[in-house]
Write a protein that binds this ligand. Sequence first.
Ligand code: ATP
Ligand code: MG
Length: 180
Amino acid sequence: MYLKALMLQGFKSFPEKTVLTFDQSITAIVGPNGSGKSNLSDAVRWVMGEQSTRALRGGRMEDVIFGGTAKRRQTGYAQVSLVLDNSDHRLPREENEVMVTRRYYRSGESEYYINRDAVRLKDVSELFLDTGLGREGYAIIGQGRIDEILSQRSTDRREVFEEAAGISRFRHRKEEAQRK
Ligand code: ATP
Ligand code: MG
């Protein structure tokens, strides 16, 4: 499994449709301060279901929508798609390519899609469970995250190991069953 492409439209500093493609080698993103490098990793986090505005470096969820500049009007929604190569079927889907899309309107409406089917946030979270990707994953290590992992409560630290061991799925199912 690897990241094949990232598509942004109206997300933070990317008002126009922007497509980035990646291959299996190392990719580095370079650019001057404020040019949007961190916005790209925010986009990856966001499309995988991030709900914390703090993690997205904003105050409100609306802050992910392009807010306009002196020359360009704000956009009405933000949309990000992530395309993953799934030929090794690490994601529990039959398709060899999986595209996840999230769209968010100024009205506060959210939409999620997996390969163009409208789904719930829960479906996106479940898709990434135990893969290291997703909201609770460790595939994205942000600034300060190493310190956080080292100093976290032991129960939180255990969750990181559970995700790496591929057993989060079972804890989630158990918790869900206990709620019923
Ligand atoms: P550094 O090298 O300092 O870490 P960076 O390349 O990571 O910089 P980012 O933090 O990704 O830069 O981008 C910051 C820029 O994104 C700022 O200019 C900010 O105004 C712009 N930005 C963030 N959110 C929005 C938004 N909703 N609408 C328009 N522009 C935005
Ligand atoms: Mg940055």
